[in-house]
Design a protein around this ligand. Structure first.
Ligand SMILES: [Zn+2]
Ligand SMILES: [Zn+2]
Length: 244
């Protein structure tokens, strides 16, 4: 059920995005699970035993929601900083460069952006002592929602869009319409953006187009990897979206 019927199943840069998918989506998620146990042991004696035992005494479902909420609050902060600090935007602009949003294109994230925001989102979960089963389920939900949020689907999810992040919500985050710059940062709960005043009032509308507007962005995994490390002068992609 595609939103954009004219968009091919294999968009022009699908090979680049497939590399991102394998690296960021599969490998990093697996790493998150593999380091959970050692990380939990490393953070065991940091004086938060009270918090950790309180968290572990919560039943599975509410504990899972708490994990999603805590990680999304941290993800929101990290994501916000990557938009607002010009040096960090260089890295995050890779994620925003795609003009053909679909399940695969959403994986396009620079390694620095990926590691930093994952660490910011995962570490509070390790520190707070969430159980292994909650963390493993959390990883599945994160993986699924990351794919779904970028998908080219016209499913609107009705009232559910006020509770969970939907494709429409995240497509607005990728909009090249200046009115939607620096909006909809959350990846699980839209009310976080409502609370912090960054919610885009989308109604039933979808963005006309996504990407970095008229900016010429380098194509290919390696060129995009190197791009943020280059000198920014005369290069429009280094500008923060709200300054363009
Ligand atoms: Zn962003
Ligand atoms: Zn995205």
């Amino acid at each position: 059920m595609p939103k954009r019927e004219d968009q091919s199943k294999f968009h022009p840069e699908w090979r680049t995005d497939l590399i991102y998918f394998v690296i960021s989506h599969l490998l990093i998620q697996v790493t998150g699970v593999l380091v959970q146990l050692p990380a939990a042991l490393a953070f065991k004696n940091i004086g938060l035993e009270g918090v950790q035992s309180a968290v572990q005494s919560i039943h599975f479902i509410p504990q899972l929601f708490l994990a999603l909420l805590v990680s999304d609050l941290f993800q929101y902060s990290g994501h916000y900083i990557f938009h607002k600090i010009p040096y960090l935007w260089r890295f995050h602009s890779v994620h925003h460069s795609t003009q053909h949003l679909d399940w695969l294109a959403g994986s396009r994230t620079h390694f620095v952006d990926l590691i930093a925001v994952r660490a910011i989102s995962f570490i509070p979960i390790y520190i707070c002592g969430f159980s292994y089963s909650v963390f493993a389920t959390y990883i599945v939900i994160v993986s699924f929602q990351a794919v779904l949020a970028h998908s080219n689907t016209r499913i609107n999810f009705g009232w559910f869009k006020y509770v969970f992040v939907t494709p429409q919500f995240h497509h607005w985050h990728h909009s090249d319409n200046p009115a939607a710059y620096d909006k909809n940062f959350a990846i699980h709960f839209p009310f976080i953006d409502m609370i912090f005043g960054t919610y885009y009032p989308m109604g039933k509308e979808w963005p006309e187009s996504t990407g970095l507007g008229d900016v010429e962005f380098p194509k290919g995994f390696l060129r995009q990897f190197v791009q943020p490390f280059k000198k920014p002068d005369s290069n429009k992609i280094m500008k923060n979206p709200s300054e363009r």
